[in-house]
Ligand binder design. Structure first.
Ligand SMILES: [Zn+2]
Ligand SMILES: [Zn+2]
Length: 159
């Protein structure tokens, strides 16, 4: 279980934060909460142990939290970009590698979503039962989050 320490920011930069914590899951999530709130499927997220694993260092006044049942999405009021998300009472915070400075190098200001280091590539698929289409990428696939009920690429039970 690896530790993640990185700086992150929303799309416009008004909100900046530091991430520090033990990685619970680094994966691609296909659940409707993740995907429909971002307009993309799957969503690459890293879940960190502890409700204090994300510290907002700038722009706290721009934070907006939307709760849909137990799912909480924190965004920036200025650009509506995602900052983090969590499930009430589950003791984690999930952040998005696309918004983190993971040492991807300087590809220029127009390339903010340049490739991430191998160490931070997603390790598995979560909520794979909600996929839009099959993924034959060799990564382990799980029906739910936290990862349980392993599936094949076509969605059938692995065992
Ligand atoms: Zn913003
Ligand atoms: Zn999800």
């Amino acid at each position: 279980m690896k530790e993640l320490k990185a700086n992150g920011a929303c799309h416009c930069g008004a909100v900046q934060y530091q991430v520090l914590g033990e990685v619970i899951v680094n994966g691609l999530c296909h659940c409707p909460n993740c995907t429909r709130s971002k307009g993309a499927s799957p969503v690459h997220l890293i879940a960190l142990k502890g409700e204090d694993s994300v510290e907002v260092t700038k722009g706290e006044e721009f934070l907006h939290t939307r709760a849909l049942s137990s799912f909480h999405l924190v965004t920036c009021k200025m650009c509506h970009g995602p900052v983090m998300q969590y499930q009430e009472g589950m003791g984690f915070r999930a952040v998005f590698p696309v918004s983190l400075d993971l040492g991807r190098g300087d590809a220029g200001s127009d390339h903010g979503a340049d490739r991430i280091p191998d160490a931070w590539k997603p390790q598995l698929h979560l909520n794979y039962e909600n996929r839009l289409f099959d993924w034959d990428d060799g990564l382990p696939k799980f029906k739910v989050f936290p990862p349980d009920h392993p599936l094949n690429s076509d969605g059938t039970a692995l065992y």
